[in-house]
Design a binder for this molecule. Sequence first.
Ligand code: MG
Length: 251
Amino acid sequence: MRWVFFTVDGNEYVGFLKDDQIMVVQGDPFQRDYWETGDVFRLDDVVLTAPCRPTKIVCIGLNYKDHAQEMKMELPEEPILFLKPPSAVLPHGGDIVYPDGVKRLDYEGELAVVIGKRAKNVPAAEALQYVFGYTCSNDVTARDLQKKDQQWTRAKSFDTFCPLGPWIATDLDSANLNISLEVNGVRKQASNTSQLAFAVPELIAFVSGVMTLEPGDVILTGTPSGVGPLQKGDTVTVKIDGVGELTNTVV
Ligand code: MG
């Protein structure tokens, strides 16, 4: 299923996609406890909002072999974790704001895991039970500040630096998904989640051994090779098979 979070005339709704229509539900899809209201909207007639409201966004650094090579860094023995603040979340169609003073702004197309239920010390063999679904993400990065600061908080945390969307797709095999990224229609990144150094179950086990994951929390699983800069006016699209396309413009 593809769960859509959206507004119409300023009112918030949740529903699931059926072709190009959205069947509205009430209740809590994360708990698999919902019922259809009978209301139906056309996808073209709604404004998409961010597909979840995370209490935290846990990001994985250097998790594709090809990206580690292009950054001239060794693959880590354990996942490298960093955080983005919830205030960085941006929906599909929203504008990525190029901060004043930043000299290089990079895209990083990534598969995002959306947690479905509270997870603490979850073994990898059970980890997928804690996944609600998957969405596309862009780990927007001020690359010059990442190098200058020697740690990543400022470079990764500006408002609008975490596009998520367009919706959440459930019941996917996260071990074999094509992922790509285009800037102004030109392909810049292309890979498959089979290339992840640490796969989704291992990531959930590792992260939940450190911090309690709550429903709606997000894990950004890392970016493949081909990272590069964005300029004001660029349109950037992350595509993941079985999920959809997340498009944002840099302003
Ligand atoms: Mg990243």
